[in-house]
Design a protein around this ligand. Structure first.
Ligand code: NAI
Ligand code: COI
Ligand code: MG
Length: 348
């Protein structure tokens, strides 16, 4: 398997180094390559997703991605900002299905922002559409008739875009508790009404899955009131982005949530759900576990290697059960020490 490592910006290289240690400890036959992406690529080449990086990504079986984003480039033209690199990879590679699992690891009951007994029930999967919505609609600024500046971002979803993500979500639910909650804002948005109508149509193919619908504002509330009610949640790009960051604190830290971004085939991009965390970059205190768990998802989904994926997940669970904690979980272990702890369990 050919894996492209794209470390990116901020804490990206720090957490990527720990995932590489874990990969090395598994002794798998893989070919690794690296390329510049995000602010690091913009600085070196003038573009956040240089053609060489995109070509390497297209040729890879899987991409392990750190994070992009650097406040130094927050005011450059939007199409040259670091974040365009991850958006570009998602659209160029057709990575439309973003799987973001959230489950409470044993021992982290008191680390959740929720009461321990509420947090203990969390085992959910957010299936987020990744190629559409306001992120990819027409956008710009214009001047209104009264001379005021106005910004706009068009929200839209086509029927086929909703249909394909709905199928992914229903299939995921079939492999879990067979409950699917579609989250939208159909009481206000036409985009959401079409979303809901199409999800209901697709449901006819999955009579074994119980489908419910929830407005996104209620979903945000229910996620902290009673997160145990959710099995699989399917939603659009923007709502899924927000709800998954929220879900991360329900299980203790954003430094724990991994993700897989999948196309129709086996190729995928795997990354933590968090960003480049400029506030802690360079301090050696970022939690590398979301990155390491993203490697597990890579081996499972693109590598078909369930055994190695499970080994990594078990090792991470063991490390947390042993009380290893970084600053995000109220402890004092640094990034490298946490990576070493996972490796030591794997070697043990
Ligand atoms: N896929 C990507 O590459 C993403 C990139 N970004 C970019 O990242 C930059 C920073 O964005 P923020 O809104 O601050 O979100 P962020 O997710 O980078 O950070 C939010 C907060 O969580 C903390 N945090 C994040 N990851 C952590 C980890 N592994 N361990 C411990 N603490 C962690 C940070 O220190 C910060 O306080 C921006 O440029 C943004 O556009 C944001 C989200 C996704
Ligand atoms: C373009 C990214 C910065 C969006 C994001 O926050 C995410 O995918 O989690
Ligand atoms: Mg996000």
């Amino acid at each position: 398997m050919k894996i492209l490592l794209l470390a990116g910006d901020g804490i990206g290289p720090e957490i990527m180094a720990e995932a590489e240690k874990v990969l090395a400890a598994l002794n798998l036959t893989v070919t690794l390559d690296r390329a510049l992406v995000g602010g690091a690529a913009y600085e070196a080449t003038g573009h956040p997703l240089p053609p060489e990086t995109l070509a390497k990504a297209e040729a890879a079986d899987a991409i392990l991605f750190g994070a992009v984003g650097d406040p130094r480039f927050d005011s450059v033209e939007r199409h040259l900002r670091p974040e365009q690199a991850i958006l570009g990879l998602r659209s160029e590679l057709g990575l439309f299905a973003n799987l973001r699992p959230a489950k409470l690891f044993a021992g982290l009951e008191d680390s959740s922002a929720l009461r321990p007994e509420v947090a203990a029930a969390i085992d959910l999967l957010i299936v987020r559409e990744l190629n559409g919505d306001v992120y990819f609609g027409e956008k710009g600024t214009r001047t209104t008739a009264s001379g005021e500046r106005e910004g706009y971002d068009v929200m839209s979803y086509s029927e086929s875009e909703v249909r394909r993500i709905a199928h992914v979500a229903f299939r995921a639910a079939q492999g879990r508790q067979k409950r699917l909650c579609s989250v939208d804002k159909a009481n206000v948005l036409e985009t959401s009404q079409l979303w809901r109508d199409v999800v209901i149509e697709v449901a006819a193919d999955y009579p074994d899955v119980a489908l419910t619908h929830m407005y996104v504002d209620n979903a945000a509330m229910q996620l902290v009131r009673n997160p145990g009610q959710f099995d699989v949640v399917v939603t659009g790009n923007l709502f899924g982005d927000i709800l998954s960051d929220q879900a991360s604190m329900c299980v203790g830290s954003i430094g724990l949530l991994a993700s897989a971004s999948l196309s129709e085939g086996k190729q995928g991009l795997y990354e933590p759900i968090h960003g480049s965390a400029p506030d802690i970059a360079g301090k050696g205190i970022a939690n590398p576990l979301a990155m390491i768990l993203s490697l597990a998802m890579l081996l499972r989904h693109s590598g078909g290697d369930e055994a190695s994926a499970a080994r990594i997940e078990t090792a991470v669970g063991q490390v947390l059960a042993d009380g290893c904690r970084g600053a995000d979980l109220g402890g004092n272990m640094g990034t490298a020490a946490l990576g070493d702890a996972v490796v030591s369990v794997l070697n043990g």
